[in-house]
Design a protein around this ligand. Structure first.
Ligand SMILES: Nc1ncnc2c1ncn2[C@@H]1O[C@H](COP(=O)(O)OP(=O)(O)OP(=O)(O)O)[C@@H](O)[C@H]1O
Ligand SMILES: [Mg+2]
Length: 242
């Protein structure tokens, strides 16, 4: 019984530590393979600032950003996870912590160092979004954010940015200009091809480096099975090599 409770706790929070014995194996293997693939993306360029987005809401961006951060931390990397969904911040909920001051407080004179929170259970550091500003795009494109990222990249091996859907608002496209690469999540049976194409075009318009796409919630059995442990991720596309 206790075991089941633990499992559902992880499931509800979408919190899968790679070395967590309670985590479903297909989850864990998918994250391990994503982590490995990332190190082979390119020999010429280092991908250390990774932005996670998708075309429409609810495709699994936040869950992926969190678990990618955890899996990189489990490989002994120093990882900072940033909630750049300033409109609808969710990472604090996934982490089970209070919504706190965060990125938007840079605009009110807060120093970037004071915004960093330690998440000991995941062995990562985290910056919350802060209070929703009237002008998220302007803030994300500002020198305040750019300077903060310049500083943060000297402190961490990886910066992982969770963002809103790029087919709906331009936040992720604007932020992609100061990151190394974009991981594009596509949840099967959710976004229409036109929406995916529009989102991709929005990223290409700012010359974003789309590293690859993650197919989330794909159907392995031929039957539609949502919930349970069918949180499948698969990597394909652009720069992944197998
Ligand atoms: N493969 C999956 N199977 C079942 N549920 C999933 C799967 N992937 C994500 N979910 C669920 O879908 C919901 C949205 O996930 P998540 O918050 O990661 O998406 P998002 O793309 O960040 O959404 P938003 O655009 O609203 O920020 C969550 O309740 C999550 O548990
Ligand atoms: Mg999200």
């Amino acid at each position: 019984m206790a075991k089941n409770n633990k499992k559902s706790e992880y499931k509800n929070r979408g919190f899968i530590a790679v070395n967590n014995p309670e985590a479903p194996w297909n989850y864990v293997e998918a994250y391990k393979s994503l982590r490995t693939n990332l190190s082979f993306v390119s020999l010429d360029k280092q991908y250390r600032k990774l932005l996670v987005t998708s075309s429409i809401p609810k495709e699994g961006k936040t869950g992926l950003a969190l678990n990618l951060a955890i899996s990189l931390a489990e490989s002994k990397h120093r990882v900072l996870l940033l909630d750049c969904d300033l409109r609808k911040p969710m990472l604090h909920k996934y982490l089970g912590i209070q919504h706190n001051i965060g990125l938007t407080n840079l605009a009110t004179g807060e120093r970037i160092e004071s915004l960093i929170q330690e998440i000991p259970q995941a062995n990562i550091h985290f910056i919350d979004a802060g209070v929703t500003p009237p002008n998220p795009v302007e803030l994300l494109g500002s020198s305040l954010i750019h300077d903060a990222i310049d500083y943060l990249q000297t402190q961490y091996d990886y910066l992982i940015f969770d963002t809103p859907p790029v087919g709906i608002v331009t936040d992720a496209a604007v932020l992609s200009m100061v990151t190394d690469g974009v991981i594009f999540v596509i949840r099967q049976r959710l976004a229409a091809m036109d929406q995916i194409k529009l989102a991709k075009a929005n990223l290409e318009a700012v010359n974003a480096d789309i590293i690859g796409a993650i197919l989330n919630d794909y159907d392995v059995s031929g039957t539609t099975k949502k919930g349970g442990y069918y949180y499948n991720y698969s990597t394909y596309g652009y720069k992944y090599k197998y």
